[in-house]
Write a protein that binds this ligand. Sequence first.
Ligand SMILES: [Zn+2]
Length: 345
Amino acid sequence: MKALTLTAIGGLDQLRIQDLPRPTLSNPDDVLVRLHAAALNRLDLWVIGGLPGLRYTFPHIPGADGAGVVEATGPAVQGLAVGERVLLNPGRSCGHCEWCLAGEQPLCPGFGVLGEHHPGTLAQYLVVPARNLARVPERMSWAAAAGFTLATLTAWRMLITRARLAPGELVLIWGIGGGVSQAALRIARHAGARVVVTSGAEAKLAHARELGAEHGINHSTSDVVAVVKALTGRRGVDVVVDSVGERTWEQSLRCLARGGRLVTCGATTGPMVTTDVRKLFWYQWSLLGSTMGSDAEFRAIMRLAAAGELWPEVDTVVPLDQAVAGFRRLEAGVQLGKVVVDLSG
Ligand SMILES: [Zn+2]
């Protein structure tokens, strides 16, 4: 099979297209999927650049998100037939530790992500356990199906499970160009919350307003804290979605209302932040970490997807031999929606 492979860490120049053996079923609940599309995420860029602490086996196949057709199933697989259109949950867990048994798979000590800890989706074939698969809703394109899970699942756990977002609450989402931020906007609107977004690009702010954001703040030209205070009569927002890290952490806290929650799934600009503990207890803020999503959360977003909700927008579809160009587009941050690689050729 053809696959995009990383031959050494160190960036996009280390990617090659290679012919590799097709993976085979190794467990009774495994499914072999012939992938039609893979969607690119910022996580892939981190993996390709070199993640400290991650043990790589080269050639490494990146890619967390994907969709395709069931090609073969192990003897224990039920409810999935050869030929069905499926999309993937990129999170893999052991299935038998105390956190897995409690339904909290992202807390599993053996938790891993396709394309990071396991072979990824930028290949024509992939083997995953059946519980990592769900049927693609009717009328959903391969590109939208491939781009659905990672961002939507991550944002769902952040807002619904961790921050317990309630109807009528006000949410601030930093950097609305990113996949998780866009999914967070859709989910917040679905939950009946009001949304303020930031971006450095006016076109992205205008687009977010079309998707239901009440206000867009240009964080390159405006003081986000001052604008949020002005918009809310100095009250602040109930929830902040911040995966920017060092550059925004303090501003995020200053935007929070009394009893507010800050939820983070990343630290794009750096991981070390400072927090005034006196404000933390006096205003009774909650600082919440979140990563990926559980099997139950995956089923929850799939029920909404089947009803036509939360579908991602697709920015670009490129063939496998143009995947590096797709990554460069993502790296430049100029995309509006998912960048997708077509693997059907
Ligand atoms: Zn486990």
